[in-house]
Design a protein around this ligand. Sequence first.
Ligand code: AHR
Length: 523
Amino acid sequence: MKRIASLLTSLTMALAAPAQAQDTVTGSIATDQPGPVISRNIQGQFAEHLGRGIYDGIWVGPDSAIPNTRGIRNDVVAALKAVKVPVVRWPGGCFADIYNWRDGIGPRSARPVRKNDWWGGLETNAFGTHEFFDFADQIDAQTYVAINMATATPAVMREWMDYLTSRADDTLARERAANGHAAPFPVGFVGIGNEAWGCGGAQTPEYFATEYRKFATFFHKNGATFHMHNDNTALRVASGPNNDDTRWMEVVLKNAGPMMDAISLHYYTVWHGDWTQRNSATALNFPPAQWNEILYQAWRMEPVLRAHEAVMDQVDPQRRIGLFVDEWGTWYAPEPGTEPGHLYQQNTLRDALVAAETFNIFHAHAARVRMANIAQAVNVLQAMLLTQGANMAKTPTYYAFALYRPFQDATVLPVHVTAPMLTAESGQFPAFTISAAKAQDGKTYVALANADKDHGYHLALDLGTGKATHVSGHILTAAKLDAHNTPGQAEAIAPAPFHGAAIQDNRLAIDLPAKSVVVLSLD
Ligand code: AHR
């Protein structure tokens, strides 16, 4: 007997015989049992002042020869707009923990130049508050601002919030208008603290909870306590645990839960699940055996979410507080020849599988996971886009997001199917994951991530009361495990039409190739 995974909505484990690659794996989509809505925000992005994430990646300046709108790259905006990025988190990350928002307003020529003490190099502050909101506006995304609660004070936070949101005729609102923006900025979410257990001050959960309560008090959120008419309507996101640190979750929720709208979680896919070993895996040219270990580490997101949700369900049974996975993705050794602190890594088919597998997990946890922000949007870690001078490449991860776009605000349809388990150095994980949802356009979408690099699977899924008769779709795959795209070169990997699915007698038959992401549309 070998362990296999039962891909119910809860993705629980079960015991059964292993399926052979050529067997037909049967299952069903419970089209008559709609689950929670998948927040569009789980397809969110993270853009930090780190390496070439902002400068080069997003900001080139208005005088650049690279086509731009008010200094922001047109190619990057078009690409992000095309996948309907729902929300962007900024300015960090660890950078947020040292950021002084006042450095990033006013005439750019007068802005101070500071050392970026976390990631190296100089921070010109050319990209600040107004530029960030312009960028978000250009890509039609909501904004998620991380305030500095590590090296700044509640007073500094309060001033920034008033500068951003005040509708009154006060000095901060006048200053904002003098800097070119009379109307308040649309601030959707505010992170209070970032990695408070690490670069945000190496705090204990007890100490952080106390500090958080103080910051949240002076945050003056509209509707909180007696603040019924405040201009600040942003949701408050407390700095949450790293990885599987459920003690952090418990202590912070118990002590400060009523003063937050969401709590964050950071989970990176790193070699052996150990951040100190992050440089032991490379994005490119990896031995085939490394494929499974990375996909296994990505799969661990599932038990990590379950562990945190168990704690949250105890403290917050009404599920008022959202879980925001506001940093996730693969973290490999930096590309040879690049500045190590810039965390620049290539991005391959394997990363697309990580993204798709992770989305399927998030969909199964949609009741609590209401935002996620991949780290990061451009040129940093598991990036959506890579730029080199005037050239830009869309990564396989970008294309995974493009395929999953219909799942934004779609309603989960539970999938019951059993996948064989694959073995990695550190554990076992399901060969494939599947999620399904009824989308806003009325169609049913089925997403499949086959992490098995060696075998395809034949699937037959009963559609229950669903009345679909027609299926079409796209596939993302390639011959090479590390297929990737390079700025300035022809694309080596991109989605293609998929012809391996059919509906007959209300059964969806899928011929799922090895190492592939497939998204089907049923109507
Ligand atoms: O995304 C890179 C860094 O990873 C972020 O700055 C920090 O929050 C995390 O440790």
